[in-house]
Design a protein around this ligand. Structure first.
Ligand code: ZN
Length: 214
């Protein structure tokens, strides 16, 4: 009589963790119930856009639908997210979080988040509640070295946070600050946080080389 062993496998019915995406181009795919927020923060020239494009390219490989938004204050590169490495992806230019329309997209990225008001925080909550993978890039500090706009809030909400550094343009140390220069001199603390169309220029500095005029 052959010896036989019967395995009994009890499978518990899985809790519902996914749902169909209405209008999703990727047919048959499901969305997680809760989304994930990854914030890529850092100073000027720290490679935030390059990192974003790298992160998004992983989604592209598996066929995830995606859309990138950038703020209208950032007029560089028109309707493109372009890194200093030369990589680029198409982007929609908007000026408020209320303009974000993600119907059919699984992955949503927002560039230059420091320029947005609280409407973007509300929209990010909404995107996470509907299961989207959300990526946000932005300057964590303004030119004074102080927390920049809604970035501290978004960083505290993040499931994953990448804090990037640059190379200090003066001493070649670790650059973590954004230096504003106007007419060849460090900008005054009293100049507005966001200058539109001005003759200001920015570079990465370490805390020792970072200067703010009174
Ligand atoms: Zn330095």
């Amino acid at each position: 009589m052959p010896h036989s062993v019967r395995y009994s496998l009890r499978v518990r019915e899985a809790a519902p963790v996914a749902r169909e995406v209405p209008g999703c181009e990727a047919r048959g795919r499901t969305m997680p119930t809760k989304g994930r927020l990854h914030v890529v923060a850092g100073c000027m020239s720290s490679g935030k856009t390059g990192e974003l494009i790298r992160l998004l390219s992983r989604h592209r490989v598996i066929g995830d639908t995606m859309i990138i938004y950038k703020h209208s204050v950032d007029t560089r590169d028109g309707s493109k997210a372009r890194s200093r490495l030369g990589t680029e992806m198409p982007a929609e230019v908007i000026s408020s979080g209320d303009e974000i329309d993600v119907n059919g997209y699984r992955v949503v990225a927002i560039e230059e988040a420091q320029f947005f008001d609280e409407s973007l925080v509300a929209k990010v909550h909404e995107l996470l509640d509907t299961g989207h993978a959300v990526y946000v890039t932005g300057l964590n500090q303004d030119f004074r070295g102080e927390p920049f706009g809604i970035m501290p809030t978004l960083m505290s909400l993040a499931d994953e946070l990448s804090l990037l550094t640059a190379i200090c343009q003066k001493c070649h140390g670790v650059g973590t600050r954004t230096q504003r220069i106007i007419d060849g001199k460090p900008a005054s603390r009293t100049t507005p946080t966001v200058l539109v169309g001005g003759a200001d220029y920015y570079e990465a500095r370490c805390p020792d080389c970072h200067e703010v005029a009174e």
